[in-house]
Design a protein around this ligand. Structure first.
Ligand code: NZQ
Ligand code: ZN
Length: 390
């Protein structure tokens, strides 16, 4: 285990009806609010009414930025930052999924910056200050409601970049599983695949002696594998939605990363796909992940040990089969889970994506530190993984 600094500062109100705390959370952070939300789901499921009722009750003035896109654009960030500057808004309230919360975090950083917000994505050291963010999360998956990261797209340059700073953790997050009842099946499945991928990105690490967090990773994986299908079967299954929502935050809030080194593998490969083709993040990950597993098993035989441990502890593979057979069993079960049980698309071809940009996208992905991944990958390796996804 490596040395680490533990600081997960987001205060969480979890459970049905916890929106009653919204006013006090916002008042602890500021006096005038920018309410950021997406394409309208919060108007259909009643969350908008609940949120604005509490803003009125707390006598907090607010302005709104609606229409934040899935795979949020820097143009939306610029609009939000301009509203903050024009009206002196001093707390950002994100109500939505990962896209809305990510957009809100970068608005919070861009409000005190004179240039285009994209410059902050390119160079985080330009950030001068970050306004406090409060989130009301409506979809499980990214964990943005409990982490310090944000991912923003530039549609003009076809780039999707991440930024992460300790002052970008939401100060408060309200997690009411009933707010996720209306998440459609495809997004429920994609969110489950996304949080599973976040756990894989940490679990498949070369750092030795991470037993405690390996056990937690395996437990969280089993939680996602049990709760995703249950939520698909009955979208109003409170307990399944609650398990997914809580697992979503803990998969990525920094806790499981404690004591580990190494770069992520599948996320750097997925981001260029979203940037060029605007696909759903979790769908891209579900397509890439089993192919990545097969590829690294072939490229580096030493990866079999961790893949086999995953198969044994998560999928009950019989260790007597031996490492290689266990590893393959775990990969087969992962594929079956994503494509047959969650019903996600199983190829890039199914999304209408061909190999035209694979070389360029592979270079972008490799530049994100893949030489430091669980099994180091070159641009050629990434292009081969993309081809295996066709
Ligand atoms: O826009 P609205 O109308 O709200 O609808 C959204 C959107 O169409 C809908 N939705 C959300 N909550 C709903 C709902 N529909 C009905 N009922 C509800 N309760 O779901 C659709 C997708 O929403 P989005 O926020 O885009 O999904 P997700 O939460 O998966 O976020 C994806 C974004 O997060 C980034 C991804 O790259 C992507 O841009 N990520 C952020 C991370 C982070 N901050 O740490 C890490 C992740 O790895 C990821 O990269
Ligand atoms: Zn993700």
């Amino acid at each position: 285990m490596e040395n680490f600094y533990y600081n997960i500062p987001t205060k969480v109100y979890f459970g049905k009806g916890q929106i009653v705390h919204l006013g006090e959370c916002l008042r602890a952070c500021g006096s005038s609010v920018l309410l950021v939300y997406g394409g309208g789901s919060i108007h259909k499921n009643g969350v908008y009414e609940a949120v604005t009722a509490h803003l009125r009750a707390a006598e907090l003035p607010w302005r709104e930025l609606p229409g934040v896109e899935p795979n949020p654009r820097c143009t939306s960030v610029d609009k939000g930052a301009a509203l903050c500057r024009a009206h002196g808004l001093n707390v950002i309230l994100a109500v939505g999924g990962g896209s809305v919360i990510d957009c809100a975090k970068v608005i919070a950083a861009a409000a005190d910056y004179d240039g285009p917000s994209w410059e902050l994505m390119e160079d985080r050291t330009r950030v001068r200050s970050v306004l406090p963010v409060v989130s009301v999360v409506t979809a499980a998956g990214t964990g943005s409601e409990m982490d310090s990261g944000a991912v923003i797209s530039n549609w003009e340059t076809r780039q999707k970049l991440s930024i992460g700073r300790v002052d970008m953790y939401p100060r408060y997050t309200i997690m009411d599983p009933t707010y996720t009842f209306s998440v459609p099946p495809r997004q429920t499945a994609a969110g489950t695949a996304d949080m599973i991928s976040h756990i894989f990105e940490l679990y498949f690490s070369r750092t030795p002696h991470t037993l405690m967090s390996d056990n937690l990773c395996e437990g969280l994986l089993r939680t996602c594998i049990a709760s995703g299908p249950a939520a698909l079967q009955n979208p109003e299954d409170y307990h399944a939605r609650a398990e997914l929502l809580w697992a979503s935050g803990w998969a990525i809030n920094g806790f499981l990363r404690s004591g580990r080194l190494g770069a992520w593998s599948c996320h750097p490969m997925e981001h260029p796909l979203s940037a060029w083709y605007d696909i759903t993040h979790g769908v891209g990950l579900a397509i890439l992940t089993p192919r990545w597993m097969r590829y690294i098993l072939q490229k580096d035989a030493s990866s079999a040990a961790k893949l086999a441990a995953y198969a044994v502890h998560v999928w009950n593979a019989d260790p007597a089969l031996g490492r290689q057979a266990c590893a393959l069993y775990g990969i087969d079960r992962t594929e079956q889970f994503f494509y047959e049980i969650l019903g996600l698309p199983n190829s890039l071809g199914a999304l209408g994506i061909d190999d035209a940009r694979f070389v360029q996208m592979a270079q972008t992905a490799a530049a994100e530190g893949l030489s430091n991944a669980f099994v180091p990958l070159t641009a050629e390796d990434v292009a081969a993984i993309y081809r295996a996804c066709l």
